[in-house]
Design a binder for this molecule. Sequence first.
Ligand code: CA
Length: 235
Amino acid sequence: MEIKDRILVVEDDKRIGNFFRTVLEANHYDVIMAQTGAEAYSLITSQCPDVVLLDLGLPDMDGMKILKSVREWSAMPVIVVSARTHERDKVEALDLGADDYITKPFGTSELLARIRTAIRHTRTACFNQNGAASGLFVSGDLTIDYDKHRVYKEGKDVGLTQNEYKIVSLLGKYAGKVMTYDYIIKEIWGPNMKSDNRILRVNMANIRRKIEKNPAEPQYIFTEVGVGYRIVEPD
Ligand code: CA
């Protein structure tokens, strides 16, 4: 018997909700729906969905409140789907522990790709509880060797510095997911480092020079302007 992943859609706009249901059911997900924050709370605890798609503008509360409270007890993947396009909202959602952030309007294939990524990350998190990355990350001509702490392009060591390697391996560990500037800075330089993007930008420019064919049009590490960086999914 096929076990379907269950997705909770939290969305008060019926038209958008129905769109989600149609698309997700056509792609073999089990869909449950909530139109208010209160309904969402009750379904999250009673149905234990594999992924939550969370609208922020709900009639009875701000979706951020739901995200915050879920994160107090669960690593359940939450993808924020919102009409709020401001960078500040994206950063806030990601810093509160959202797995991803999609801005309305969005394409179906983008939505499905983000859902697959979110589900895969929870699985990985379950199997590798100490969180240490090991083995290889391979995407196109790019390889991260987590055991040797080296990055190769077309089989050649690109010669990253220690910090450059740390940045690339951190992104690789969460491939497909956007990591905020602030999160990366704190992970690499420690919690006392002030959130100054300049040093990170310099490191990223050097990384791109070493791994990208054309650093101005990156194929491997993308910039989410004002938010952070995202590395491609492995092959
Ligand atoms: Ca809404």
